[in-house]
Design a protein around this ligand. Structure first.
Ligand code: URA
Length: 441
């Protein structure tokens, strides 16, 4: 087999066999293919696509390019979750303790944030002492201790995807549905879960900007799951505006604490409960129940305090520090830089997630490059969201930095410009937006 022929075949729109796909993935994994041929192949896929069988073969080859986590010695059905990313997405730290409080084991391998989207690993690392480095051979021990674990993706988890993702990032080949679907699903399959629930975000702050492409991505990942023998359920959620009110690492974890204590924004709670119900439906706990009953049961886990207690167990289990009131001790404190007030009466008609994510990144909460360090205390608080009525002089948003921040006036001005661009106030009434667009199983 030769790589030039494979590139030409895909360029001409032909369907590749399992062996041909394996040849490409082997070449990436063992670094026997030059980067120019890898990029040419990725570009051919971007233009000509892949059918469901090719995408599944590609997914499985990438999943098997490294170690497959063996979770078989952890009893019970292991359900993993993943979000295609967004701004203010703090679903995982709330979801894990809820699911775990039903006795369902949770092994969650997460990533760091890059660009305007935040990463779950960074959010947990904003807790003093919390370690996200968990060796696969100690997964069982963590599950026995507190029923869940939150770890970073190890270097040997789908290494072919790791290399290809970095190549896609610099060759304009990220926005391809088969490439995104196979990238996500390869890591989920390598993570060893029995079933997978995906949050496919849709809107200006997500990979998928419109509902049609979000639906196609969802369909693809469900098809891969079917062909790979892993049941998949997709929750499609809106990312037209950030999820919740807080964007930034410590700020988002403070919102997590609020929600687990029965307070906090309802949009986050709705996504969490919908995801939780889908996850439980794959387990003996929820397989005979309807979604509304499961959502109610999850809400009960919050109101009785069990989920919050579980959150504390997770923190302690991974070396994190709790204060005497049971809340996490953070590595930084967010300090208010400035609050901006509404200059007229009306209704919020726009709160652009991408602009808010970029503003938060400019304040120091995100990385432009992988090597950048982040300011855990930085971010943005949104006092108003789409559909809210405002009076002139009401607080609209607040910018924060951490106590050790070294931020220039220019950076703050840039962030303020982004936030100004993010918001629109209309004189006519605007209806609040639904957070859940669909659930597809
Ligand atoms: N997340 C991934 O892991 N891969 C992609 O291609 C896009 C989002």
């Amino acid at each position: 087999m030769n790589m030039l022929e494979l590139i030409e075949k895909k360029r001409d729109g032909a369907i590749l066999s399992k062996d041909e796909i394996q040849f490409f993935v082997d070449g990436v994994t063992h670094q026997t293919l030059p980067d120019y041929q890898i990029s040419a192949f990725l570009m051919a896929v971007l233009f000509k696509g892949m059918n469901d069988q090719e995408t599944t073969d590609f997914t499985l080859s990438m999943a098997h390019s490294g170690k497959i986590c063996d979770l078989s010695d952890i009893p019970g059905v292991k359900v993993d979750k993943h979000s295609t990313g967004g701004v203010g997405d703090k679903v995982t730290p709330i979801l894990l303790p809820i699911i775990s409080s039903f006795g369902v084991p949770c092994v969650k391998l997460s990533g760091r944030g890059l660009g305007f989207t935040g990463g779950t690993i960074d959010k947990f690392e904003s807790i003093q002492g919390f370690s996200t480095v968990v060796a696969p051979d100690s997964f069982k021990q963590h599950i026995e201790k507190c029923g869940m674990l939150l770890g970073g993706q190890t270097a040997d988890l789908a290494p072919a995807d790791k290399y290809l993702y970095a190549m896609r990032d610099v060759t304009g080949t990220v926005p391809s549905i088969p490439l995104i679907a196979s990238s996500i699903m390869s890591k989920k399959i390598a993570g060893g879960a029995d079933a997978i629930v995906l949050d496919v975000t849709c809107g200006n702050g997500a990979f998928m900007k419109d509902e049609e492409s979000a639906r196609e991505l969802a369909r693809r990942m469900i098809a891969i799951g079917k062909l790979a023998g892993k049941p998949v359920s997709v929750v499609m959620s809106s990312m037209q505006q950030p999820l919740g009110s807080m964007v930034g690492n410590v700020l988002e974890m403070l919102e997590v604490v609020d929600i687990l204590r029965g307070e906090g924004p309802k949009d986050v709670l709705e996504v969490v409960l919908t995801m939780a119900a889908e996850m439980l439906r794959f387990t003996p706990v929820g397989k005979d129940s309807d979604v509304d009953t499961l959502k109610k049961a999850c809400l009960e886990k919050i109101s009785c305090g069990e989920a919050y207690e579980k959150f504390g167990d997770l923190i302690l289990s991974q070396g994190g520090v709790l204060l005497s009131d049971g809340s996490p001790m953070f590595v930084e404190r967010p300090y208010e830089v400035m609050t901006v007030y509404a200059d007229r009466d009306g209704y919020v008609s726009k709160c652009n997630a991408l602009d808010v994510g970029e503003a938060s990144c400019l304040m120091g909460a995100g990385r432009m490059k992988k090597e950048d360090t982040i300011d855990m205390g930085a971010g943005v608080k949104l006092h108003k969201k789409i559909g809210d009525s405002v009076r002139r002089g009401d607080e609209l948003y607040t910018l924060f930095v951490g106590s050790h921040a070294d931020i220039s006036e220019d950076r703050i001005d840039e962030a303020l410009n982004k936030m100004e661009q993010a918001y629109e106030i209309s004189s006519s009434q605007v209806l609040p937006q639904p957070e859940i667009l669909d659930v597809i199983s």
